[in-house]
Design a protein around this ligand. Structure first.
Ligand SMILES: *[C@@H]1O[C@H](CO)[C@@H](O)[C@H](O)[C@H]1NC(C)=O
Ligand SMILES: *[C@@H]1O[C@H](CO)[C@@H](O)[C@H](O)[C@H]1NC(C)=O
Ligand SMILES: *[C@@H]1O[C@H](CO)[C@@H](O)[C@H](O)[C@H]1NC(C)=O
Length: 441
């Protein structure tokens, strides 16, 4: 049954998709459709939705090529980002090795401003820490993270000889026994296991939601299994961290940018993942306007009568959380961050492709996270309450507005990469002179 977008049924070993990833040298676009899903996970509604979106992507590219606006990017030469457990074990191990390589290369961030940066990996954490407010505003959340994750992927490839592309995570696969999954089972082809039990870690407060706590799944301590059990976390935490303060050493600088070497801590948490099931992602993708899509992604307003009312963005962060993953500011200090923001990038792309004419360059105009009030910042009950009120008021004001990108908007990655016009990152199939040219399968 090798149809387009086919599902190869291989021996149903958890993660057992050895050596079946489609070679990137396959020249026909049809070849790219041959998605090898990990047979352990039944094909879900979002994967079916993605499959049914392909004719729209093809029509979009056909038009763009005819207009001479594709900058050399075609569906034949676009590179492919895959779900972690759909990748072969060899590719997973290669990705792990490249991540560790980045952690061993010297950082380039200016040390007067970022004294805690040790490695190239830390460069990305430091940038995110300093730009957290801007990275999460309405204009930048999608496009700036797209460029940021792409630059990270380039570093893995160009500086650490990784031959693949950035994986994403399908949250739905981690709603049941995530600690046994190919991503978190703690073996050599995983991104490491959960943390040891830490009685100080109770979970993540979710003020203004009901329930108002993502309860600890029994971790919170140092990760002791897998490739990152010896990882040294250097930057953070900041005051926005949700890790227990009595377990994690304070950073010598109040902005978290000082050197603070410590272990990687996690709480692999299925209850967090249940905020981002395939059913929820499908409902999210069903939004017809950007404000609806953006606010639902952020769990805003908080869903009612839902035992897991976190919103997909928050859910994805707290699948592993703790330190530094549970700090909105220094969260890229856990390498799984890039799987989560790859996943959000995939959802944004799928949403855009439903109606590229209308959706490609639309930005949210109402809601989200106004500067200084990250919605997953547990301690700030008052600010969060005010934020929700503000969002609800704004949302009514602008319900159907579909604004384009304000002229002159840029993405400034500071020392990481050159500034680019924000509009370029709205187009992953030809943007930035064709440098952005990738699809998700
Ligand atoms: C690691 O886990 C994956 C996913 O369960 C499995 O396919 C693989 O065989 C395991 N590798 C080792 C070395 O145990
Ligand atoms: C990447 O490959 C090049 C060429 O083979 C080699 O010189 C370089 O040391 C490799 N880099 C790393 C980080 O392994
Ligand atoms: C999508 O939206 C339509 C129209 O509002 C609705 O009828 C349908 O139930 C929605 N589907 C999902 C999965 O949310």
């Amino acid at each position: 049954m090798l149809t387009t977008w086919s599902y190869l049924l291989l021996p149903a070993l958890l993660g057992g998709v050895r050596g079946v990833a489609v070679a990137d040298s396959v020249l026909s676009w049809q070849g790219k459709y041959q998605v090898h899903r990990n047979p352990f996970y039944p094909v879900d509604v979002v994967e079916k939705f993605a499959e049914s979106s392909i004719p729209k992507v093809e029509a979009y590219m056909k038009k763009k090529i005819a207009a001479g606006k594709n900058n050399g990017c075609t569906l034949e030469n676009a590179v492919v980002r895959r779900e972690w457990s759909d990748m072969s074990i060899e590719m997973r191990e290669e990705y792990v090795a490249a991540t560790k390589c980045l952690m061993n290369l010297p950082g380039i961030a200016p040390r007067d401003k970022f004294p805690g940066v040790v490695s190239r990996f830390d460069d990305f954490v430091a940038y995110h820490m300093v730009h957290a407010a801007q990275l999460h505003d309405m204009l930048h959340l999608f496009a700036a993270h797209r460029y940021y994750v792409w630059v990270y992927e380039q570093a893995l490839r160009n500086e650490c000889n990784y031959t693949g592309y950035q994986p994403y995570m399908n949250y739905d696969r981690y709603t049941k026994e995530p600690e046994k999954s190919p991503l978190f089972n703690g073996n050599s082809s995983s991104m490491g296991g959960t943390g040891e039990y830490d009685p100080n870690y109770i979970g993540v407060n979710q003020p203004a939601r009901n329930p108002n706590l993502i309860k600890s799944a029994g971790g919170g301590g140092c990760v002791k299994s897998g490739p990152f059990s010896d990882m040294v976390v250097n930057l953070g935490p900041t005051s926005s961290s949700t890790a227990p303060k009595n377990s994690v050493p304070r950073n010598p600088q109040s902005n978290g940018l000082g050197l603070n070497p410590r272990c990687l801590r996690r709480d692999i948490n299925a209850a967090a993942a249940l905020g981002a099931t395939a059913a929820k992602m499908l409902t999210l993708l069903n939004n017809t306007d950007m404000n609806g899509f953006y606010n639902e992604l952020l769990g805003n307003p908080p869903p009612k009568n839902d035992p897991y009312p976190w919103g997909v963005h928050t859910a994805g962060h707290y699948i592993h959380a703790v330190d530094p993953g549970g700090d909105p500011s220094s969260s890229p200090g856990d390498p799984v961050f890039y799987f989560h923001h790859g996943a959000l990038d995939r959802l944004w792309w799928l949403w855009q492709m439903q109606d590229p004419e209308m959706r490609l360059n639309v930005i949210p105009t109402a809601g989200g996270m106004p500067p200084g009030s990250m919605p997953h910042r547990g301690e700030r009950r008052g600010a969060l309450g005010r934020w929700v009120d503000w969002v609800l008021a704004k949302r009514q004001e602008h319900e159907h507005e579909m604004n384009n990108i304000p002229a002159g908007s840029v993405i400034d990655l500071e020392f990481l990469a050159p500034s680019i016009p924000l509009v370029e990152a709205h187009d992953q199939l030809g943007g930035l002179g064709g440098k952005f040219c990738y699809i998700y399968v």
